[in-house]
Design a protein around this ligand. Structure first.
Ligand SMILES: Cc1cc2nc3c(=O)[nH]c(=O)nc-3n(C[C@H](O)[C@H](O)[C@H](O)COP(=O)(O)OP(=O)(O)OC[C@H]3O[C@@H](n4cnc5c(N)ncnc54)[C@H](O)[C@@H]3O)c2cc1C
Length: 471
């Protein structure tokens, strides 16, 4: 057996060291530190280099995983980063926030008998290595095809579509409603999980390839999809996400101190409310904070609240820990940071004081029914089990709907009953000629990598449409 093969057999999965929980609840710096060079090489050596790599089947953007792990094992870190970027323009982001445990790593052959190769941590390592070394080179862009594409929304779906299209020689302009680009990556996911300078660097990479970004441009208000098409754009990609918060619709929801997770996280992440008054936007820190929900957004809100509120932060979820959709790592980090959990309970009303400020919440205990045809156990309220708790800040993180603006101003685009844009699955094409869509606007609340996969799929289909390569 060669030295390398022996290494593959013996090395155990490398773990990233992390900021101490007691220290990190007093700051917003990133929690895991990332691999050292030595750790990255060791981890990459664990890859079996399968001839038919199953891991790639679990990657929505089809990164050539064995190829880039081999380059890392050989110490060619910058080459590895370049290899990933052929299919994924945001590797430092995906290395941090993708659910690798449910995607590429789930199919890793090594995972059958031991722990899978830590593909996400390796992706993060090479992207950071390349960026920090200032060694980011821009790929050759083909001569302009003469075609122009408008991309609406600069979240992962829009950025991936833009990256794909610019690499094929089309002019791309992204129109973004907010004053910064990045979508949820900038306004939703907190700094301690995804430092904003990393998102900015990955967006800068696209700009250096030639992608134009127009900020503060709300399509549907400044101009419509039809106007973009008649103003010289040959195709349009819609990646406007699902940013409209869903509320509980229970009494007292408009009391001072009740936030949607979107508002809370935007205030803290985008507007830097944790540095008020240095920054203009305030946020209530609270003494007893409740976060309602069980997904990543709930965990992000709770861990953010924990950094602002030294006393008590509780996640209230109507099912049990086993049904929580949040990543296990987020729940572990939350627990380490002192976030508390109240399972099988749901809010029934918010209670205010005379000034209209939240002072308490009422909950009802829940039990889980037998699994239905989808295999999911539905939570049912237990009659007479209501109880109250003192609460001065509540954050509602139970999901988002899509913003109706595009649908209302582009009536010939077909949507489903949840107002999601309907697309042809293989091409991301909508019912309107030359218009494509992907990400959360199509799927509802989903994931970064699925949004990017949609963007890339649309990029390919738009290219074929524009060049007549395929009818
Ligand atoms: C708090 C939070 C944490 C999350 N954590 C994770 C995680 O850890 N891992 C993971 O994989 N996924 C996570 N997700 C889900 C993931 O972020 C989304 O699935 C993903 O961002 C969807 O990408 P998108 O491009 O479709 O939309 P978005 O990221 O929502 O971007 C849409 C963009 O379009 C812009 N826009 C909207 N309307 C218009 C308009 N009319 N004109 C111009 N621009 C417009 C918006 O301002 C926004 O910038 C999280 C989501 C949230 C909210």
């Amino acid at each position: 057996m060669t030295e390398r093969k022996r290494g593959r057999e013996n090395v155990s999965r490398q773990t990233m060291s992390e900021q101490d929980p007691l220290e990190r609840i007093a700051n917003f710096y990133e929690v895991p530190y990332g691999y050292s060079e030595d750790q990255a090489v060791r981890e990459a050596m664990r890859c079996f280099q399968c001839k038919e790599p199953k891991c790639m089947t679990g990657c929505p953007v089809k990164v050539n995983i064995p190829w880039f792990t081999r380059l890392i094992a050989e110490g060619k870190f910058v080459d590895a980063a370049k290899k990933i970027k052929e299919s994924n323009p945001l590797p430092a982001v995906c290395g941090r926030v993708c659910r690798q445990e449910d995607q590429c790593e789930k199919f890793c052959l090594r995972g059958k008998k031991a722990q899978p190769v830590s593909i996400g941590a390796l992706e993060r390592f090479v992207a950071d290595y390349e960026r920090e070394g200032g060694d980011v080179s821009i790929p050759d862009i083909p001569k302009w095809t003469g075609k122009k594409v408008a991309v609406i929304g600069s979240g992962p779906a829009g950025l991936a579509a833009a990256g794909d299209l610019i690499r094929r020689g089309h002019k791309v302009t992204i129109f973004e409603a907010l004053h910064v680009s990045g979508g949820v990556l900038m306004y939703g996911i907190p700094e301690f999980r995804l430092p904003k300078k990393i998102v900015e660097a990955e967006i800068d990479y696209l700009k250096r390839m030639g992608v134009e970004i127009v900020l503060n441009a709300v399509i549907g208000k400044i101009n419509t999809v039809d106007e973009l098409l008649s103003d010289g754009y040959d195709a349009v990609f819609i990646g406007t996400g699902a940013g409209l918060p869903i509320f509980l619709n229970i009494p007292g929801e408009n009391l001072v101190g009740v936030y949607s997770a979107n508002e809370y996280l935007t205030r803290v992440n985008l507007m830097r409310a944790y540095r008020f008054p240095e920054y203009d936007t305030p946020v209530l820190r609270g003494r007893k904070v409740v976060v309602v929900g069980g997904g990543n957004t709930a965990m992000d809100s709770a861990r953010t609240a924990r950094r602002l509120c030294p006393e008590e932060v509780t996640v209230v979820y109507r099912r049990s820990v086993d049904e929580m959709p949040a990543r296990a790592e987020e729940v572990r980090h939350g627990r380490e940071e002192g976030v508390q959990f109240l399972f099988l309970a749901a809010p029934t009303r918010f209670i205010g004081d005379r000034e209209g400020r939240l002072k308490a919440m009422e909950f009802v205990r829940m039990e889980l029914s037998e699994p239905d045809e989808t295999g999911r156990r539905r939570p049912l309220p237990i009659t007479g089990s209501e109880f109250q708790r003192d609460v001065d800040v509540a954050i509602i993180a139970i999901g988002n709907d899509v913003n109706p603006l595009i649908r209302e101003t582009t009536t010939d685009i077909q949507t489903n009953r949840y107002a999601n844009i309907m697309v042809e699955p293989d091409t991301a094409m909508t019912s309107k000629k030359g218009v494509y869509a992907g990400g959360d606007i199509v799927r509802g609340g989903s994931t970064v990598i699925l949004a990017m996969g949609d963007g890339r799929k649309a990029g390919k289909a738009i290219h074929e449409y524009l060049t007549g390569e395929k009818k």
